[in-house]
Design a protein around this ligand. Structure first.
Ligand code: T1G
Ligand code: NAD
Length: 647
């Protein structure tokens, strides 16, 4: 099947790319475009060319599936130069996303026009590489160096209006992209053409600019290499001739293409596209999810309600009494007000979010809900009572979900009429921010209910991972193993501060002890005490000793570390050394790399057990849980990838 066609309309030709699913620049497409330049240059009737794409989007970039293979001609930078050097000006007409090589092809064109719904970007650093076809050299010639640094080192796309204001594109249309692009081309021919992008001037910032940007990019990169290498390419583009900068960019791209970080990030790229499409749901349609209910307006309930509202889903928020309802509503308002402060929402949008929330203590308000998620106390009796009330008032086909962290969803659903509509939906705090959603069916869960869980994840822009039933599902089970591993090193004499520093050095935002102090040691302590009260043999942990001594973390002024009033910086604690004195029996010395490798191996070992028990469907799902639920550094690929335990 041809990946592009050429049509003629008077003096304007249209090259239409059609290479589903996202018009990626496969070798065949590069060759097709290469040949199209020659064909149209040789056509005396043609004076300009519109490049447009069929399907959902403009060219989404190089074909990521080709990355593991040797580069094939025509190489993309040569193709971009060929389009730029064409005798007739090319106009890129963009819808959907013009990303990576797709936007580089567009920058080889003399003009770029787009639908206002379109976006453009250079996400290469998110794949562990840098743009490899002039992205770091042409972008600053269109938008200036400062904007180019933001675009390239963040990898974040910008919408058409922003791209227009930056000079990345030349016109924005509300609709009728092709018609408007043809008209734009005809009008452009009546004027002097601007110079090709590679010949446009570039203003080199001073050394202080680069020093400042290196600091900010290093901080944002958190150990990822590509953003800093992209910054080097941009400086070269600002200070060296075009050809020299191009050669530098190409060499950097080829260096990084084969790097461990690029391999890890490609692994995550494909893992994120595998998880939401389980094979067993391929032919199962979800239920419509138009109206939702959330029971409990506490930490999680308010976050879940916010996530639903961010997706435009009306929410009925239920609490046990008016006072708790007022607290829950206030928490929800505070979430949206925070988004306004950060510039993520306007005041009107925040008001709109709240307008879509019906807050009440009357369960009857849920009579028309398609989905209800309970996020009440982690207590089986409370949850069962809530489920009984829901069964009495909700439609029999309404999906009923629990957000429990540690309770067995089968026990929560015991006795529930129509149990096929019940499912576990384990959100992570803050529920409107963390992208991970563990989807936990019980044996009775109907396929359509399961498909609805995955559909909800898509609507909320979350990464769904299906989990079997075990204590802590996938994420909290591995967290428990990770913490136990850290405590075991502590018992052997490895200092707390060394263990945290090692995991920060590995790429985590914070180490296991700092994280417990932030979240509170009492959450896991109460879970262990609950298990003990239920007759389970749960050995004492060092954390138990601290909680019993009133050291619950930052919220009590001390946990694994001491904290000065109003100061969240952890300080080594002599009180903790005294409390644990009898338990630290070794004097083991471990360097940070050895500590990190050991603890990641512990996570992967638990992951292997989770796979062997069928709790997780694939190793890459476990990697996604750790990356999107617990801050495992994305550029390491997750514990399974990082330790080579795939398959
Ligand atoms: N190459 C190959 N396949 C791709 C692809 C790509 N670039 N992008 C997406 N796919 C597949 C994806 O695997 C899935 O396949 C299907 O398309 C739908 O994807 C030289 C070197 C474009 C915003 O990083 O951001 O150019 O699972 O579910 O939600 O400088 O895809 O159906 O079989 O994500 O509508 C730079 C990555 C490459 C863009 C669409 N480009 N893609 O989102 O669909 S590096 C990117 C996306 C580069 C140059 C360098 C998104 C999308 P399947 P999807 P979507
Ligand atoms: P929370 O104590 O902050 O909130 C629970 C809310 O439920 C309270 O506001 C309470 O008033 C309300 N509630 C209790 N009984 C009710 C009833 N009968 N009807 C209506 N409302 C009722 O607790 P949380 O941290 O939000 O946790 C809630 C659930 O989410 C628990 O099952 C917990 O395991 C789970 N969870 C918590 C986290 C987390 O990090 N906190 C993460 C994932 C899942």
């Amino acid at each position: 099947m041809s990946v592009l066609t050429i049509a003629r309309d008077g003096a304007i030709a249209t090259v239409t790319v059609d290479n589903p699913p996202v018009n990626a620049l496969s070798q065949a497409l590069r060759q097709g475009l290469w040949d199209a330049v020659a064909t149209l240059d040789a056509d005396p009737e043609i004076r300009a060319v519109v490049l447009i794409c069929a399907g959902r989007t403009f060219i989404a970039g190089a074909d990521v599936t080709e990355f593991g293979k040797p580069p094939q001609e025509p190489h993309l930078p040569d193709l971009v130069d060929r389009i730029e050097d064409a005798q007739k000006p090319w106009i890129a007409a963009i819808h959907g996303s013009a990303l990576g090589g797709g936007f580089e092809v567009a920058m080889g064109c003399r003009f770029r026009v787009a639908l206002d719904s379109a976006s453009v970007g250079l996400p290469e650093v998110t794949l562990g590489i840098v743009p490899g076809a002039s992205g770091t050299v042409r972008t600053p010639r269109l938008a200036g160096v400062e904007a180019a640094v933001d675009l390239v080192t963040s990898g974040k796309p910008v919408r058409a209006a922003k791209a227009l204001s930056l000079g990345l594109i030349d016109a924005v249309f509300a609709d009728d992209l092709h018609t408007n692009a043809l008209a734009f081309a005809r009008e452009a021919l009546t004027r002097d053409l601007p110079p090709p992008v590679s010949l446009r001037p570039i203003t080199a910032p001073n050394a202080a600019f680069w020093e400042d940007r290196r600091k900010t990019v290093t901080k944002a990169a958190k150990g990822a290499e590509a953003p800093l290498r992209a910054l080097d390419c941009l400086r070269k583009a600002a200070e060296a001739p075009f050809a020299e900068a191009m050669a530098y960019e190409r060499q950097t791209f080829l260096d990084l293409r084969g790097s461990d970080q690029a391999a890890a990030l490609r692994h995550v790229f494909f893992a994120e596209r595998a998880a939401p499409r389980p094979a067993h749901l391929r032919d199962v349609g979800p239920l419509p999810l138009r109206r939702a209910g959330v029971i409990g307006g506490g930490t999680m309930g308010a976050g879940i309600a916010a996530a639903l509202r961010d997706a435009g889903i009306p929410v009925t928020l239920i609490e046990r009494d008016d006072e708790a309802l007022a607290r829950g509503t206030a928490t929800l308002r505070a979430i949206f007000d925070g988004a306004v402060k950060r510039g993520k929402l306007t005041d009107a949008q925040a008001d709109g979010r709240m307008a879509g929330v019906a807050a009440t203590t009357d369960y009857a308000a849920l009579s028309d809900a398609d989905l209800v998620i309970e996020a009440v106390f982690e207590d089986i009796a409370v949850k069962r009572a809530v489920l009984d009330q829901l069964a009495a008032v909700c439609r029999p086909d309404a999906v009923l979900a629990t957000n429990t962290s540690y309770l067995d969803p089968r026990l929560i659903a015991e006795g529930l009429p129509n149990p096929g509509r019940f499912i576990g939906l384990h959100f992570f705090s803050p529920a409107n921010v963390m992208r991970l959603l563990e989807i936990v069916p019980v044996p009775e869960t109907a396929p359509q209910t399961l498909a609805s869980g995955f559909a909800l994840a898509r609507m909320l822009n979350k990464i769904p991972v299906q989990s079997g039933i075990c204590e802590g599902f996938i994420g909290n089970r591995i967290l428990k193993r990770y913490r136990a591993g850290a405590e075991a090193l502590l018992r052997q004499g490895v200092p707390i501060a060394d263990i945290d520093a090692a995991m920060r050095g590995y790429g985590f935002a914070m180490g296991p002890f700092e994280a417990q102090d932030l979240g509170g040691l009492d959450i896991a302590f109460l879970q262990r005490e609950g298990a003990r009260a239920a007759g389970r043999d749960v050995p004492e942990t060092l954390g138990d000793i601290l909680v019993r001594a009133g050291r619950k973390g930052q919220k009590t002024g001390g946990g694994w570390y001491d904290y000065a009033p109003g100061d969240r910086r952890p300080q080594p604690s002599t009180a903790v050394s005294d409390l644990l004195a009898g338990r630290i029996t070794g004097a083991v010395q471990m360097d940070h790399d050895a500590i990190a490798r050991h603890l990641v191996a512990e996570m992967a070992a638990e992951g292997r057990a989770i796979l062997d028990e069928g709790i997780a469907a694939r190793a890459s799902d476990i990697d996604l849980v750790e990356i999107h639920g617990y801050g495992f550094p994305r550029w390491r690929g997750g514990p399974m990838f990082a330790t080579g335990r795939q398959g």
